[in-house]
Each structure stands twice: as C-alpha cells, then as structure tokens.
Design a protein around this ligand. Structure first.
Ligand code: SAM
Length: 259
C-alpha cells in the first residue's frame, strides 16, 4: 500500500461506521451522475459504486489510479479522471444534467475546491463534503457570533448548508491534526440566487465588512459605501458586519449600485 502523501492532503478513511453513515447520507441511486473528488484508495468509492452502479472519480495522484481501477471491477462501472479538480470543468462533466458531488476533501485546498464548485453550482444537484469541523462550523454559522464571517455569508447566499456528522481524527489513516465534519450543500435555485451582475459588488462589500469586523459598517465600508447608502438598504450604519444576515449584504450591494 503506498504511503499517504501529505502534499496531496491524503488522510484515508478507514472507520466502517463513518463510511456507512456518509454513504447513507448521500443515498446514491442508479442513473444519477455521481462524481467523487479525491477517491484515494476507494474507502467511499467502492460502497458508493455498490449502490449507484456507476461513478466518475477525479484523482490528482497518478499512483492511486491503477490500484483503484483494479479494486473497483467487482463493484461497478468506475471512470477515473486523472486531473486536478480545480482544473476540471464540472459544468461540461454534467453534460446538461446535474452532478451529485461527494468528497473527503484534501484540506490544503478545501476552500478553493468549494468556490470552484460554487462557480459551477447550476450544474450541481448537491454536495456531500468532509471538511475540517472548524470550516463546517464557519460555513453553517448564523449571524451574531465569532464564527460567522465571509465564508458563512458567501456559502449561504449560494446554497443551503447542513452539517451532518462529526468525524474524529482517529477515523483516518494517518489521523489529521483536527476534527472533521461532513456537510451537505444544496445549491439554491436560480430565482433564490442574487443576480449574477451583483456578485462582484457583494463579494467586495463582504470582504471589506469582515476585513474590519470590529468596526461599524460605516467605517469598514468607507470608500465603498457611504452611510446614506447603508441607510437606504434599511441597515443601521453603526451595525457591525457579523450582525447582518446574508440577504442584507445583497441589499447593500443593490443600494450601492442604485447610487
Ligand atoms: N476519499 C478517500 C478517503 O476518504 O479515504 C481519500 C481522501 S483524501 C483526504 C483526499 C484525496 O484527494 C486524496 O486521494 C488526494 O490524492 C486527492 N487530491 C488531492 N488534491 C486533489 C486535487 N486538486 N484534485 C483531485 N484530487 C485531489
């Protein structure tokens, strides 16, 4: 068995109970376009294949591909793409349908992978991802607390975020330094999404607001939005970034554009 490679973020799941719970949460069915990011040695791939019959996996580490192809033969029809998921056009892979993405993600690139997936959200039915628990907490956080930030707002404007289970470090070989968690993300339907043309403005405002989260919005956003524009969005300019719901950032961006 090849050694787990740190630079590829390899931590292989071995705990049967956790694997079963993840597969049950995904509940794949034949005919769905199931895609796994980073199949590794197949801990999730093989039980997913047993249920779905077919699956496409995207793996960056060439050494893992042949052994996985061999192992998969008794389980179903596995297509392995030797590629970096960040360079993979998920919309093209969906071929006009919608993908169901699954992955015990490499933590060193988990945020870029998340944002890459969100950029292809219209081609995605849902995502079940293993991430650092601390990241899942930030993704799912409600306004008002310290964990609520840029990641919470940007994710919640794009999809529903549902933490599913906590996973202790001992469930992996080798164990990571941190606790992990599995989250389900379901992209919102287009009418629920902020208009595409507002997105750069929303991103800029969210970045500026949380960049100086201890300041009032009027101060943190000076140069981007004046107090009048903040008030016009129905928001008190003395409020702080962490008290605003995701939708209020959309209102701020609209107000800025209207002026
Ligand atoms: N799914 C396996 C499991 O649960 O045991 C392996 C999970 S391991 C945390 C992450 C996997 O992602 C590794 O197989 C690693 O080689 C692969 N990987 C790392 N970076 C990647 C990238 N940019 N694109 C695709 N796969 C990647």
């Amino acid at each position: 068995m090849p050694r787990a490679k740190k630079h590829y973020g390899q931590h292989f799941l071995h705990e049967r109970g956790i694997i079963e719970r993840i597969v049950a949460a995904v509940a794949p069915r034949p005919g769905e376009r199931l895609v796994e990011i980073g199949p590794g040695e197949g801990a999730l791939t093989l039980p997913l294949l047993d249920k779905a019959g077919a699956l496409t996996a995207i793996e960056l580490d060439a050494e893992l591909i042949e052994p996985l192809r061999e192992k998969s033969k008794a389980h179903g029809d596995l297509t392995i793409l030797h590629a970096d998921v960040l360079e993979t056009d998920l919309t093209a892979l969906a071929g006009g349908g919608k993908l169901r993405l699954v992955g015990n993600l490499p933590y060193y690139v988990s945020s870029p992978i998340l944002f890459h997936c969100l950029a292809h959200a219209r081609a995605i039915a849902d995502m079940h991802f293993m991430l650092q628990k601390e990241v899942v907490d930030r993704m799912a956080a409600a306004p008002g607390g310290k964990t609520y930030g840029r990641l919470s707002v940007m994710l919640q404007l794009a999809c529903t975020v549902e933490p599913l289970l906590r996973v202790p470090a001992g469930a992996f070989r080798p164990p990571p330094q941190v606790e992990s968690a599995v989250v389900r993300l379901v992209p919102l339907s287009p009418p629920q999404l902020p208009p595409t043309e507002l997105m750069p403005s929303i991103e800029g405002i969210v970045r500026a607001a949380f960049g100086q989260r201890r300041k009032t919005l009027a101060n943190a956003l000076s140069g981007t939005l004046d107090a009048e524009a903040i008030r016009a969005a129905g928001i008190d300019p003395r409020a702080r970034a962490e008290t605003l719901a995701p939708g209020q950032y959309v209102a701020l961006a609209r107000s800025g554009l209207a002026r």
